[in-house]
Design a protein around this ligand. Structure first.
Ligand code: GAL
Length: 697
């Protein structure tokens, strides 16, 4: 695993992470461990069973604040001392948490301002977690005091391997302290009230502010709220949280510079621009909970994993939490079927996870998550889950040589948080935009074709990709436009979906309308745009050709009025209000090429267009495979590790192009040999890279 660069603490973090990897090489196995919920006898059993399962790292203390500090300034570290010793003696490393995500009752009682206020103005009560106000000075003081005490007490403990900062940051609060913090944040962003007024377009509906004191968090309003204000609120919430992580990281690093830090990220979390947070940790860690009953779960998981890898610029990341079977928080918490947990875990490793960990080690007997699955279920070692957990521990050891290798990708999918906030704003021609669903809709067909994807932002280094896909880029600020322009002029291929280029960073229309920044790139002018009724299906054809015959191939929901300058028309409307007008266009810019969808293709048509697009960009799957088999390649400087994961309900055969060693069965395989994979089966073929491959890398 490697670190992100641009941070003052990056070199300390990089060295600490390198030391951590020397101590725990290979693929790390483990989970959250909450010993405070159990007696000493159970601890002894836990440690014995952890050894049997080959657990090497446990996250301890994530929600232990009340157990460590039962009263303000009164501590009980004895139990933690003891368990740290026991784990250390058993050679199980500890990822020790700063327990700031669940504040203890005494803090709420004596300092109610530490409890967050929701948007409706209600101050929440205790009894759950994540209920803290991120601006309350007492919360910050007490949580940092605890972090400091942990660092001072355990900094040199042999079991300590890593810091787990908080848990799944997702705090936002509408109290007066946060209100003042929002104003300060805005003052830093805009300097003058005039600039804020201009950015927010406050002459509309008489909102112009004459004093800073009039500017507040977006509490509920009677109708629609100012979209630019809401956009800045999202930016503010994101910044507040990353500042909290950074502050704890600095504090921990000052005391324990040799210990790397991480925090566990959520899937699909809207209010955290994880890319902007990416200098707040030494290694990316992720909590993955795809719905096992969703037939599309592997594609959904792959998108998240590719995002996590890309947040660390390609570096291996840690799967910090997953469920051994069902979770506890949904309407129906479907159990994983036999083999599903193994396949999902191998999938994470395929996408560059160098750690496979679970929430949690032992199933709780009390509390909100007592029916959440665990590595060690209530039924103990007799259960299928336990057998699968043990078997996986053994199998992962065989994959140890893969650690450190990354996933080469020629194609990048843009996942842009600011755009997410803006495009899902209000009072648009269509107000049913679901940015995540759109990303999924573009990613899934590529995943099915085993085209490796990085999931990046416009500020990332895009120069190494052959192609970039932006399913939507409603918010096209000048820096984004410049990045896009440079990529295309550098010879890259770009695919952009409709309703793109429309507004700037303040959600104000880029004029003259529409999308002036895209004009030279798409070779056309978007003169107007029209939302279409949901039930309407519009036929398309190649210019002058037959209507696309396949029933599933149509467009719907959206039509641009495109005035083509020098673009090539790939498809035109065959009926409806815009019959004969261009629908999908392509434009050459130097060696680059831009494909623009002026409409919303049906899923089968989108798939075909995507296929054509990646073919034109010459992006290929690492190995041919039958439907339902995911193929992902990890590469080190000298070796290739080719994962074949059979997600289909049927056995599948794969004829290998190259020979090598199948790592899970430790068996030699020859070029041309057929690998047989059961449903949910997997294989990992290791081979040395040829000299040419090494040179190209
Ligand atoms: C995570 C959380 C864990 C546990 C888990 C259950 O979001 O970090 O503490 O609650 O969900 O799936």
């Amino acid at each position: 695993m490697s670190v992100n660069t641009d941070t003052t603490h990056s070199s300390t973090g990089a060295a600490a992470l390198a030391a951590f990897r020397r101590r725990l090489p290979g693929i790390i196995y483990g989970g959250d461990y909450n010993p405070e919920q159990w007696d000493r006898r159970t601890w002894a059993e836990d440690i014995e069973l952890m050894r049997q399962a080959r657990v090497r790292l446990v996250s301890v203390g994530v929600f232990s604040w009340a157990a460590l500090e039962p009263r303000d300034g009164e501590y009980d570290f004895d139990w933690l001392d003891e368990i740290m010793d026991l784990l250390g003696d058993a050679d199980i490393a500890v990822n020790l948490a700063t327990p700031n995500a669940a504040t203890p009752p005494w803090l709420a009682e004596t300092h109610p301002e530490t409890l967050l206020v929701d948007r409706a103005g209600t101050r929440v009560g205790i009894g759950s977690r994540g209920h803290f106000c991120p601006s309350a000075p007492i919360y910050l003081d007490r949580s940092r005091r605890m972090a400091r005490m942990l660092a001072e007490r355990y900094g040199t403990h042999p079991a300590l391997a890593m810091w787990h900062i908080g848990n799944e940051y997702h705090a936002h609060c509408f109290c007066d302290l946060c209100d003042a913090a929002f104003r300060r944040w805005l003052q830093a962003r805009y300097a003058s009230l005039d600039s804020l007024n201009d950015a927010w377009g406050t002459l509309f509906w008489s909102q112009r502010y004459s004093e800073w004191d009039q500017v507040h968090l977006p509490k509920p309003v009677r109708g629609n709220i100012n979209p630019a204000r809401e956009l800045d609120f999202s930016r503010f919430v994101s910044d507040v949280q990353s500042d909290l992580i950074r502050a704890e990281r600095r504090l921990l690093q000052d005391i324990t510079p040799g210990v790397p830090t991480t925090t566990n990220l959520l899937q699909n979390y809207p209010l955290g621009d994880y890319r902007a947070w990416a200098d707040a940790w030494d290694v990316v860690a992720f909590d993955s909970y795809p719905d096992p009953s969703d037939p599309q779960w592997p594609a959904a998981a792959a998108l998240q994993y590719d995002l996590m890898r890309s947040l660390g610029a390609g570096a291996p990341w840690m799967l910090m939490e997953q469920a051994a079977s069902g979770v506890a928080q949904w309407r129906v918490n479907v159990a994983k079927s036999p083999g599903q947990m193994r396949l999902g875990s191998l999938q994470a490793v395929a996408h560059a996870a160098d750690a496979v960990m679970f929430f949690q080690w032992r199933a709780s007997k009390a509390g909100h998550e007592k029916f959440h699955s665990a590595m060690l279920p209530h039924g103990g070692t007799e259960t299928r889950t336990w057998r699968e957990v043990r078997a996986l521990g053994e199998e992962l050891e065989r994959l140890d040589p893969i650690a450190g290798a990354t996933v080469p990708a020629d194609v990048a999918l843009i996942w842009d948080w600011e755009n997410w906030w803006a495009v899902e704003g209000i009072a648009h021609p269509r107000n049913d935009m679901d940015y995540r669903a759109l990303l999924r809709a573009f990613q899934a067909p590529l995943w099915e074709r085993n085209i490796a994807l990085d999931v990046v932002g416009w500020n990332d280094d895009l120069s190494g990709y052959r192609a970039i896909i932006a399913p939507n880029q409603y918010l096209l600020s000048e820096d984004r436009r410049a990045a896009l322009d440079a990529f295309v002029r550098g010879g890259g291929h770009v695919l952009i979906g409709s309703f793109s280029g429309i507004v700037n960073e303040n959600d104000q229309v880029n004029l003259p309308g529409y999308a002036p920044g895209l004009r030279p790139l798409i070779g056309a002018h978007i003169l107007d745009m029209a939302a279409r009724p949901d039930h309407e299906r519009i036929s398309v054809r190649m210019p002058g050709g037959e209507v696309l015959g396949d029933e599933g191939d149509f467009v719907h929901r959206w039509q641009d009025e495109l005035v083509v300058a020098d673009a090539e028309i790939l498809l035109e409307y065959a009926d409806g209000d815009f019959a004969g007008e261009p629908a999908v266009i392509a434009h050459r810019v130097g060696d680059g090429r831009v494909v623009y969808f002026g409409t919303d293709p049906s899923s089968s048509l989108r798939e075909r267009l995507l296929e054509d697009f990646v073919r034109a960009a010459d992006a290929r799957a690492p190995h041919p495979a039958p439907p339902g088999v995911e193929v992902v390649e990890r590469r080190s400087a000298t070796e290739s590790f080719l994962f074949f994961l059979n997600h289909s309900p049927h056995p599948r055969d794969i004829r290998l192009s190259d020979g090598g060693i199948e790592m899970l069965s430790a068996r030699d395989v020859a070029p041309g040999e057929t690998l047989m994979l059961d449903s949910q089966g997997a294989a990992v073929v290791r081979r040395a890279l040829s000299r040419t491959e090494r040179q190209l890398a």
